[in-house]
Structures are given as C-alpha cells and as structure tokens.
Write a protein that binds this ligand. Structure first.
Ligand SMILES: C[S@@+](CC[C@H](N)C(=O)[O-])C[C@H]1O[C@@H](n2cnc3c(N)ncnc32)[C@H](O)[C@@H]1O
Length: 208
C-alpha cells in the first residue's frame, strides 16, 4: 500500500490544482451556514484549497488540515492571490486533531475520510464529533461507486486498493448509504445523496 502523504503529495506536485471549482453542494451549504450564523469552518483534507478559498471569500474563519506539504503550499498561494488568509495545519488526520472540543461551527471533508480502513474511519469520526460544536454542521463526501475500469485488491470487506490509475495503492473504503448513516449514527438531521462525481455526500448536525 502506498503511504498516503506521498501519494497525494506526488499527485499535487505532478498535476497542481487537480480541482479548482468547489464541489457542487458547497453553494447550498454556504447559504445554510450563513443563515445559521456560522463563523468557523474546518476543511479536513483541504488538498490544494479550493474550499478553503471559497469559504474564506465568504467571510468564514477557515482552518485547513492536510498531510500534503504541496497541497498546503498551493492553498497558501491561492489564498495569497485572492488576498485572503486562513489557518493551515500540516498533519495526518488520523492523529488526534490539534483543536479543542467544540471548536468549529462547521466541518467539511470532501473526498477524504474514505482513504482508510473502516476502524480508522470510525475513530476519525469520533474526533470530528469532538471538535464540532453542539448543533454544528458536518458535510463529508466519500467513495460510493467503484470505477468499473479500475482493478482493485480488497484488503477487508468494502475497503479496496486500486492496482492502477492515479490513485494506485491508496486504500478506499466504498460506503453504502446505509453504512454511511450508521457510522454517523450519533449525529442528527442526517441526509445522504449521491453527487455527480459518484461520491456519497452526508450532511448532518451534532446534537445540541
Ligand atoms: C481527493 S483529495 C481531496 C482534496 C480536497 N478535499 C478537495 O475536495 O479539493 C484527498 C485529500 O486528503 C488528504 N489526505 C489523505 N489522507 C490524509 C491523511 N491521512 N491525513 C491528512 N490528509 C490526508 C490528501 O492529501 C488530499 O489532499
């Protein structure tokens, strides 16, 4: 299995900003956050910063965490070009998160938390619950539908490692909607849908 820092860092060094436009649910999420008076947002696995810039542009105080130095360098560059600032942190997300309890009004993790075995993902969700404030909003998107053209090795039920392609060697846990609801079972107002890139998206809130 490829070590994940190396894999994404190498992709970003090779390809730069892999995505530039925000994921399609972000405008609706932004409206909902502004309506709730949200001020602080954590972008877990922020990559090259498309969402860090988007939410900072709309007045939120944004924290971005990623273990790719190149991703954070490109995020910083994008922020500078837009005349914005954010708090960026280089760290593996499976270590305890460097934030206090109830720190954020909102958390997003777009195409990030599925890059591990299910036990590790569940542990991370516990950390996300800890740093999200009561009634805070969480949005995650995860792998849902397997690319038929890719060959995989299954390392545990539902967790597959692509044998070729850009993400070769990177574990992906493929969720069903029910399993995604189950791992976020401690959250309220859970909504799950499939986006146009075939990732399941979960929107939920931490109990008040
Ligand atoms: C598919 S990219 C998504 C980037 C960003 N969320 C976006 O939507 O543009 C996955 C991101 O998760 C980060 N990542 C993967 N494993 C990580 C880990 N263990 N700790 C911190 N970040 C990680 C990668 O470096 C990469 O930036």
């Amino acid at each position: 299995m490829v070590e994940q820092t190396t894999a994404w860092d190498a992709i970003f060094r090779r390809q730069g900003n892999v995505w530039t436009r925000p994921q399609e649910d972000m405008p609706r999420l932004l409206d909902a956050l502004l309506a709730k008076g949200a001020k602080t947002l954590l972008d877990l696995g922020c990559g090259t910063g498309r969402h860090v810039v988007y939410f900072a542009q709309h007045g939120l105080s944004v924290h971005g965490l990623d273990n790719s130095p190149e991703g954070l360098r490109l995020t910083e560059q994008a922020l500078r070009e837009a005349g914005l600032a954010a708090h960026l942190h280089l760290q593996a997300m499976y270590d305890p998160l460097p934030y206090g309890d109830d720190s954020f009004d909102a958390i997003i993790a777009v195409q990030v938390i599925h890059h591990a075995r299910i036990a590790t993902i569940k542990q991370l969700i516990g950390e996300l619950e800890r740093v999200l404030r009561p009634s805070g909003t969480i949005f995650v998107s995860v792998s849902g539908v397997r690319d038929q053209g890719t060959r995989f090795e299954e390392i545990e039920p539902g967790t597959l490692v692509p044998l070729d392609g850009r993400e070769a060697g990177l574990p992906h846990h493929f969720f069903t909607p029910d399993e995604l609801r189950e791992v976020f079972g401690r959250f309220d107002d859970v909504d799950v849908h499939l986006d146009s890139t075939k990732h399941y998206c979960l929107l939920a809130s931490k109990p008040a």
